[in-house]
Design a protein around this ligand. Structure first.
Ligand code: SF4
Length: 171
């Protein structure tokens, strides 16, 4: 769904929620969390050759408080679980997560006691990218899918969910 507006000479009409979503989907601020080999593919996707910046994601940040898209690229060991959770918790709402590669999605080839078998048990994931590793094109495609999702979500979706859950719990 695109940004819908009605335009005439000197005026423009649209809905506030569409305007908010349009703005959010044009300026994602990624937090690149590369923990293993998939991180290299993420670096390639961010660099000039693939140029993630052309989709509005040029402002890569290293403070979770100033980012809204966590891109987790690589294996997460059990020792890293609290760190990943803390990073996610420090990001302000609304926030989204992309899991890059088999390790982030399911633990990948590391069926071991010390490896987290997918990050979705720790934090909510919006887009999963398969592959070991996925190519930078796959990461760009996932970003575009996420931007579509942001555009279609209600801007206050999570807040509405929380209110609904608290009302349900109060019954
Ligand atoms: S999915 Fe493959 S390439 Fe990516 S971090 Fe795991 S082992 Fe490395």
């Amino acid at each position: 769904m695109g940004f819908q507006a009605y335009q005439g000479e000197g005026w423009l009409l649209t809905k506030a929620e569409q305007l908010i979503n349009w703005g959010r989907s044009r300026s994602p601020w990624p937090f690149p969390y590369g923990t293993a080999c998939c991180g290299i593919e993420l670096m390639a996707a961010l660099a000039a050759g693939y140029d993630m910046a052309r989709f509005g994601a040029e402002r890569v940040g290293f403070s979770p408080r100033q980012c809204d898209v966590l891109i987790e690229a690589g294996t997460i060991t059990k020792k890293m679980v609290p760190i990943l959770k803390t990073i996610y918790d420090q990001m302000a709402e609304p926030k989204w997560v992309i899991a890059v590669g088999a390790c982030a999605c399911t633990g990948g080839v590391f069926r071991t006691y010390s490896t987290q078998q997918g990050i979705s048990d720790i934090i909510p994931v919006d887009v999963y990218i398969p592959g070991c590793p996925p190519r930078p094109e796959g990461i760009l495609y996932a970003l575009l899918k996420l931007l579509d999702k942001i555009e279609e979500d209600h801007p206050l979706y999570k807040q509405r969910q929380e209110v609904a859950e608290s009302l349900e719990a109060a019954k």
